[in-house]
Design a binder for this molecule. Structure first.
Ligand code: PEP
Ligand code: MG
Length: 535
């Protein structure tokens, strides 16, 4: 087999751009037998298991008393002992599977120790067996041991929830590949906001052995499995190309977005995790078009008004006078909040989510509105209502806002009235857009696409049908923009569609003048706007 024919390219969908090259770090996998790889691959698997076992032992040593520490030190030493490693490596390079080679060498050592007369040395056989099992477990049963993440490792799993994503140490892990989920799911949104390269919808992902070298291309949506030698060459070439592209687009970051004819277009950013703002310069954008406030509710506790106010004020201060659009809680659907969202709904995407849930919990809704109004005293703030279908919902929400403002007035608090707008995420809202007495519209294309095409946004099997370019989706976006224009208020688009440079010409042709995008896409989107010729 030629060297390059050993590369296996798994195609998925791009979810967050960039490259990650490292060892596969398998999560949640079952221990099905793996295929035998080429000697280079088997060597990678062995070295990964060895280094992982070493890290585990070091951790255990630190936690142990003197005696336990001594026993574990002996095991750790064996993992560096050339009289053991040499024969294992030699067997692997002759074509033996990594686990078989390791077992054969360890079994030989174990029987030698067992035959020793000294009781002390014979007891060492037990340690060797323990070590044999630790390394084998690491090769064969990913997920069964508490793993240290190797620097640059690519996390691979069939599914991963947002909270699990947040538990991973992304200063060590380099990328994420999932068998399921979608590019508009919340894990993908988090990955983009943290600059973690990610792909989704990769078939056969769970067959990759833990420890194999992999190269993830978040722009092409691919995961290539091969030997570290081959992949490192490919990684170098791709990284070089990526760097050149980045340099070409970076020049657009700080200039205001304009079409070729000089027409000014607003480019704001989406914020899912305010911690990410620390590394973003507000000068790259015209404001924040969407703050997803679910981050505050992730632990299932209702944050107090003061906690929320502090968080929102921090964001408003960061924006330095640019408008900040804070969305009220959008729990439910693909964003369950334990203890708050309704359990057991047969179809949560069509259930009690977004504003529906807030209206069922008026006290917590009012708390959030009060906090938003208090933050609005520091700069221009808009409050945005998610998942609406009927104008009556808007009227009720506005009553709650009026009540909240009246209470703040009575309390002598410092506050300002935020503009109140809606997200257009349902066909009902889009088709009746002109009838809403809203201060602004923000088109949520992630949900709009799912409700128009009847394709769940977290189902990668439907990705070919879940098409933002579907004529029905474009029709509804166009209608919303026209309704906003007639009413003289702003229509922006904050779904992931706005972050895709390839969609920019279509959206501009539909009359869109305000984009709210993932921070990592600002430069590319501005470049696509600059290339657009006004009719
Ligand atoms: C949308 O639906 O397009 C949107 C921006 O909201 P979310 O992705 O948070 O549901
Ligand atoms: Mg939505």
């Amino acid at each position: 087999m030629s060297e390059s024919s050993a590369l296996r390219v798994l195609q998925g969908l791009p979810a967050s751009g960039g490259l990650a090259f490292g060892r596969c770090h398998m999560l949640n996998s079952d221990s099905s037998p793996r295929e035998l790889g080429l000697p280079d691959d088997e060597m990678d698997i062995f070295e990964a298991a060895r280094s992982e076992s070493e890290s585990e032992l070091q951790r255990l040593i630190e936690q142990s008393d003197e005696l336990g520490g001594e026993i574990l030190e002996f095991q750790a030493m064996l993992l560096e002992d050339d009289s053991i490693l040499g024969p294992v490596r030699s067997r692997i390079s002759k074509g033996e599977p990594a686990d078989a080679a390791w077992s054969a060498v360890l079994d030989g050592e174990i029987s030698e120790y067992e035959e020793m007369e000294s009781e002390y040395l014979a007891a060492r056989a037990v340690d060797l067996k323990d070590l044999r099992e630790r390394v084998l477990r690491s090769m064969a049963e990913p997920g069964s041991v508490q793993r240290e993440i190797d620097c640059g490792a690519v996390i691979v799993a069939d599914v991963l929830g947002p909270s699990a994503f947040l538990e991973i140490d992304w200063t060590r892990a380099g990328g994420l590949a999932l068998g399921r989920d979608s590019a508009t799911g919340h894990v993908a949104i988090l990955a983009r906001s943290r600059g973690v390269p990610m792909i989704v919808g990769v078939n056969g992902i769970c067959d990759i052995a833990h420890g194999r070298a992999v190269l993830l291309d978040g722009d092409a949506g691919t995961l290539t499995v091969g030997s570290s030698r081959q992949l490192s060459k490919r990684h170098e070439q791709l990284a070089d190309r990526l760097e050149k592209n980045r340099a070409a687009t970076a020049s657009f970051s700080f200039s205001p977005a304009k079409t070729k004819a000089g027409r000014r277009i607003t480019v704001s950013i989406n914020v899912g995790d305010p911690a990410a703002l620390v590394s973003i310069d507000p000068k790259i954008c015209d404001g924040i078009g969407l703050v997803r406030t679910e981050f505050l509710f992730a632990r299932g506790e209702l944050p107090s008004e003061d906690v929320q106010t502090r968080q929102y004020r921090r964001i408003v201060n960061w924006a330095q006078g640019r408008p900040v659009t804070i969305r009220t809680l959008d729990a439910g659907g693909d964003k369950p909040v334990p203890g708050l969202t309704v359990d057991g709904e047969s179809n949560p995407f069509l259930g009690t989510r977004g504003l529906r849930l807030s209206l069922l919990n008026p006290d917590s809704f009012k708390t959030q509105l009060r906090a938003i109004a208090r933050a609005a005293a520091l700069g221009p703030v808009k409050a945005m209502l998610p998942m609406v279908t009927a104008t009556s919902e808007f009227m009720l929400a506005r009553e709650h806002l009026d009540d909240a403002l009246a209470d703040l007035e009575q309390d002598g608090a410092r506050y300002a009235r935020p503009e109140l707008g809606i997200m257009v995420e349902t066909p009902a809202a889009a088709l009746t857009a002109g009838e809403w007495p809203t201060d602004f519209y923000s088109i949520g294309s992630n949900d709009l696409v799912q409700y128009v095409t009847a394709c769940a946004r977290d189902n990668p099997d439907l990705s070919n049908l879940s098409d933002p370019m579907h004529p029905a989706v474009l029709e509804l976006i166009g209608r919303t923009i026209q309704a906003a224009n007639r009413r003289g208020v702003e229509a922006s688009l904050c779904g992931e569609m706005a972050s895709m440079p390839s969609m920019v010409p279509v959206l501009l042709s539909l009359g869109l003048e305000a984009f709210s995008v993932d921070p990592s896409n600002v430069a590319q989107v501005k470049m696509a706007i600059a290339e657009f010729e006004d009719a």
